[in-house]
Ligand binder design. Sequence first.
Ligand code: MLT
Length: 269
Amino acid sequence: MIATIADTRFGYDDAGDGLPVVFLHGFPHDRTLWSAQRRALSPQVRTIVPDLRGFGDTTADGPYSLDQSADDVMALLDTLGVERVVVCGLSMGGYLAMALWRRYPRRIRGMILCSTKATADTPEARSARDDAMAEVASGGVEVFAERQLAKMVGRTTMAERPGVARALCTMMARQPAAGVIGTLGALRDRPDSRETLGSITVPTLIVAGDEDVITPLSDANAMLALLPAASAARLEIIPGAGHAVCMERPAAVTYALHEFLAPMLFERE
Ligand code: MLT
């Protein structure tokens, strides 16, 4: 589906009925990252899955910042008439979930933070973003996607499900260079979200693959330690999965999400 909001075209899927859950993809992905969860959960929840600014069918030019993307997501939810939502984000989508909590806490009913972390980029990571921007500008997205793939999936997926790794690489390679470059800058400049985590008062689930080398389990545990009791936070560790956990172990992730969402399906707003 396509929505035009303030002259920008947003690609998104909106399926199912009931509890609204917005799924936010990572970098450099598009909304197909969440296809398995959208298909499996839509009979019971309303799954809203946008392409974030600069990816997939969302063709927006800059400015690129996490706050801008958070505002984009809220504008889409407004257009769809959704008042309160559970936010489920993977990696960059998790950074964005935290930005949404900072900016729109009253609109959020629950948080699912997958393969993500609350800290900002280190000086070394910031400089690697600059190098990556130059690499994409000169060499294009395909080479960058191949390089990302090595870190993006776990060793089990690489060895036992190479087709999943290939599909992810194809998805990354088809993203527009302008979106990839602009978003690298947004990721480089994102704020530290540790204080934000400490203010979360809605139910929160952390999901992490035990083979993730981009956001290892230590990042998930650090987030868990910062979340206040009011969030009733817990961590679900998915065995045999790396960073792209929802594509690598789709059934295990869907099961964890369903278990987390189930009590909310019967709550009155
Ligand atoms: C992602 O998957 O979204 C990226 O690993 C995030 C990042 O590069 O910080």
